[in-house]
Design a binder for this molecule. Structure first.
Ligand SMILES: [Zn+2]
Length: 612
C-alpha cells in the first residue's frame, strides 16, 4: 500500500531478508513533494562511497529487477543513470520502487552489509535514496526469518514494539549497521553507558576467551572516556566477525564493524591486535564521526560525488596514535611495546622515498586514490595514518616535556579542549556543522604553546619534518643507530619473494627492478628471506634472478649505505620516568639508567612494509 499523499517529503523502506538466497528485497515508498521529481524525472542514487571508507565503489552493482509504479499501480519508466543511479519518469504523486539485491561479499560487508545464511547486517548502501531529499526516513524490517533476533544501534527511533525504525536522515541510516540472526550478544556497562558486543560468528577459543576480550575492550572504552570526559552516545555497539574474509574496520556514530580474525582467541599477539582495532574504531566515535575535518561536516550532499579533506592526518593519524596509547593504558601493551611501536612507525615511514616528497595534507586529499596499496606507492604517497600518528606523538612528547608550562600539559588535555571547541559536548551532528580546518588546528596549537603551531604547520604542509628521534631523546631515551646497507626492495607482510615496492632512488630502483617481480635466485641460490637480508646488508654486489610475468630477468646491484634506528637506551631521570608512568597510566615504567629497549614490536593493520 502506498501512503496517503502529503506535501511533506518522506521515504519509507520495507525490507525482506532471504538468507538462503543471500538476497534481500526492498520496497521504497516515496511520498510528498519529492515524489513529483524535477523536470519530469525523479533521480535515485546509492552512495558511491561511505564515510570512513574513502574510495568510490560500485555499491549499485548488486541491484536487480528494479521497477517503479505510481499510486494507481501503473508502471513508470525507470532507467539506469550514471554510476549507481536510476532515473524514473514521473507524473506526480507517490512512487513505489521495488528491487532485489544480492548481498554477499564478506570483504565489503562493513560498507555494504551482508546477508549470510546464519546472520545479516544491513547497511544503508543497500537503499536507494532521492538525491533531492535526504531528510528523515524509516525502515520497516518487515520479514526476517523465524527465530532471528534484531540488534539495532542507537540513533534512530523505534515505533513501539514493531520492527520499524525512523532515522533522522538518510545519512544516519547510512551510518547504522543493523544486525539480525543468531549472533552472540554480550553487554557491559561502562560509566553508566551500555556497550553491546555483537559477535556474528565464532572461532576457536571463543567460549574460553570472549569474556576476557570484551572486558579488555571495555577497559579501553573507559580509558578513552578518561581522555574526553564523556561518551558522546547513549549506547554503543561493536559488531565483530572472526571470518578471515571479513576484512572489516568501519566506524559509525554509535557503532563500528570490525574484523578481528579467526585466531584472535588462540594467539596472544592477535588477541592484543583485536582489542587495539576495537579501540581504534571506538575512538572514531569522537574523532572523525563527530569532530570532523572540513568539509566532512556536511556529507549528506556529497554521498555521490565524494568528499575530500586534507585533515585525515588528525582524523586517522591521531586515532592511530591513541589506538596504541589507549591499549598501553589498558595494559594490552607494555610501555616497551608502546615505544617500540612509535619507533617502528618512524622507521617504516621515513625509509620510504615518498616521505620526503609528499605532504600529509596532500596524501589526505588524495585518499580516494592512494589508500589501497599499489605499485609505486613507496615513491609517491605516504600513509597519513602513520605520519599523523607521529605528529600526535611529537605533540604529546613536546607538551609533556616542556620546560615552561604550556596551556595544556598533554595531548589528552589539548585534544579534549579542541574536541569541545570544534564539536561540543553533544551527541548528534548539528545541521550547520562545518568541521575544523588545518589552519584552525595550527592556530589552536600556537595558542597552546608559542612555536608549536609553526612546528605543526611544517609537519603538515611540507613533506618530512618528523623528529620522533629527537622527541624520544627529549623524554629520556638515547636513540642508538645502526649503520647498515640496503637494496631498496619492499615486501608486504608475507609477500616475499614477490616484490611489493622498489625505492626509485635505491640500488634496486636504479637497476630497473619492478614491483611484482618475483625473486627466483640470489647469487645463484634459491630465494630465502634471510638470505636476501644478509646479501643486502653486505658491501659485495648481489646478483638477482627475477620472474617478471613470463620473462626471466637478471640484475646486478650493489647495496648502498643506510642508517636505521636500532634500539633505545634509557638515560632519563626519575622525574622523566614518572612522567611516562602518568602518560601511559601505569606504574610499570621503572627503567634503570642504561637499560636497553629493543625495537622488535611493530604492528600495522594496513600491512607491514618491510624494506631490504
Ligand atoms: Zn580509522
Amino acid at each position: 500500500m502506498l501512503k496517503q499523499m502529503t506535501n511533506e517529503s518522506f521515504v519509507s523502506y520495507e525490507v525482506r531478508l532471504h538468507p538462503q538466497r543471500l538476497e534481500m528485497s526492498v520496497k521504497m515508498h516515496i511520498t510528498g513533494d519529492v515524489a513529483k521529481g524535477k523536470n519530469g524525472g525523479l533521480l535515485l542514487e546509492l552512495p558511491t562511497w561511505v564515510p570512513g571508507d574513502y574510495s568510490f565503489e560500485s555499491y549499485g552493482r548488486d541491484i536487480f529487477s528494479i521497477t517503479a509504479h505510481d499510486a494507481r499501480g501503473s508502471a513508470l519508466p525507470i532507467e539506469r543513470k550514471e554510476l549507481n543511479g536510476y532515473l524514473i519518469r514521473v507524473t506526480d504523486g507517490p512512487v513505489l520502487v521495488e528491487y532485489q539485491a544480492a548481498c554477499y561479499e564478506p570483504d565489503l560487508g562493513d560498507a555494504m552489509g551482508i546477508v549470510d545464511t546464519g546472520y545479516t547486517v544491513l547497511m544503508g548502501t543497500r537503499y536507494l535514496f532521492c538525491v533531492d531529499f535526504v531528510g528523515a526516513c524509516s525502515v520497516d524490517y518487515a520479514e526476517i526469518p523465524d527465530g532471528w533476533r534484531i540488534h539495532h544501534p542507537s540513533g534512530a527511533t523505534r515505533a513501539g514494539n514493531t520492527n520499524k525504525w525512523t532515522y533522522p536522515s538518510f545519512e544516519i541510516l547510512l551510518d547504522t549497521p543493523v544486525c539480525f540472526g543468531g549472533f552472540r550478544l554480550l553487554q557491559r556497562i561502562i560509566k553508566d553507558t551500555i556497550f553491546y558486543f555483537v559477535f556474528v560468528d565464532k572461532g576457536l577459543g571463543f567460549d574460553e576467551k570472549v569474556n576476557e576480550f570484551v572486558d579488555k575492550v571495555s577497559l579501553t572504552a573507559e580509558k578513552i572516556h578518561d581522555v574526553f570526559g564523556l561518551f558522546p552516545f547513549s549506547d554503543y555497539t561493536f559488531i565483530l566477525s572472526l571470518n578471515p574474509q571479513a576484512d572489516w574496520g568501519l566506524e559509525h556514530l554509535t557503532s563500528n564493524m570490525s574484523g578481528i580474525g579467526p585466531e584472535v582467541f588462540v594467539d596472544d599477539g592477535l588477541f592484543a591486535t583485536g582489542i587495539r582495532v576495537c579501540a581504534h574504531e571506538l575512538f572514531h566515535a569522537w574523532n572523525v564521526r563527530r569532530l570532523r575535518p572540513a568539509p566532512f561536516g556536511q556529507l549528506k550532499h556529497q554521498l555521490c560525488c565524494g568528499s575530500f579533506t586534507e585533515g585525515l592526518w588528525m582524523a586517522e593519524g591521531f586515532t592511530r596514535y591513541y589506538e596504541f596509547l589507549i591499549s598501553a593504558r589498558a595494559k594490552v601493551y607494555s610501555p616497551d611495546q608502546f615505544f617500540s611501536a612509535i619507533a617502528g612507525y618512524f622507521q617504516h615511514l621515513t625509509q620510504q622515498p615518498a616521505y620526503s616528497r609528499v605532504s600529509v595534507t596532500d596524501a589526505s586529499l588524495a585518499t580516494y586514490m592512494n589508500h589501497s596499496k599499489y605499485p609505486g606507492r613507496v615513491n609517491n604517497s605516504i600513509d597519513y595514518y602513520d605520519k599523523g600518528m607521529l605528529i600526535a606523538f611529537g605533540l604529546d612528547a613536546r607538551l609533556r616535556s616542556a620546560d615552561k608550562q604550556a596551556k595544556y600539559a598533554s595531548l589528552d588535555d589539548s585534544f579534549k579542549a579542541f574536541y569541545l571547541q570544534y564539536f561540543g559536548d553533544g551527541t548528534a551532528i548539528p545541521n550547520d556543522y562545518v568541521g575544523y580546518t588545518t589552519k584552525e588546528v595550527i592556530q589552536f596549537y600556537e595558542e597552546v604553546q608559542p612555536g608549536l603551531g609553526s612546528i605543526l604547520a611544517a609537519q603538515l604542509m611540507e613533506p618530512g619534518n618528523i623528529d620522533t628521534d629527537s622527541q624520544l631523546e627529549a623524554i629520556g631515551f638515547e636513540v642508538k643507530w645502526l649503520d647498515t646497507r640496503y637494496l631498496g626492495l619492499f615486501f608486504l607482510n608475507d609477500g616475499a619473494p614477490t616484490i611489493y615496492g622498489v625505492a626509485d632512488d635505491s640500488p634496486a630502483g636504479k637497476a630497473g627492478i619492478a614491483p611484482n617481480d618475483v625473486i627466483q635466485a640470489i647469487n645463484g641460490f634459491a630465494f630465502s628471506q634471510k638470505g636476501l637480508e644478509w646479501a643486502g646488508s653486505q658491501t659485495a654486489s648481489v646478483h638477482l634472478e627475477v620472474l617478471r610475468g613470463h620473462r626471466k630477468l637478471t640484475f646486478q646491484l650493489t647495496p648502498a649505505a643506510f642508517r636505521k634506528m636500532d634500539y633505545l637506551l634509557w638515560k632519563g631521570t626519575d622525574v622523566q620516568a614518572e612522567k611516562i608512568n602518568r602518560w601511559l597510566d601505569t606504574e610499570d615504567f621503572k627503567p634503570a639508567v642504561g637499560q636497553r629497549f629493543d625495537l622488535d614490536f611493530y604492528d600495522n593493520f594496513h600491512g607491514i612494509e618491510k624494506m631490504v
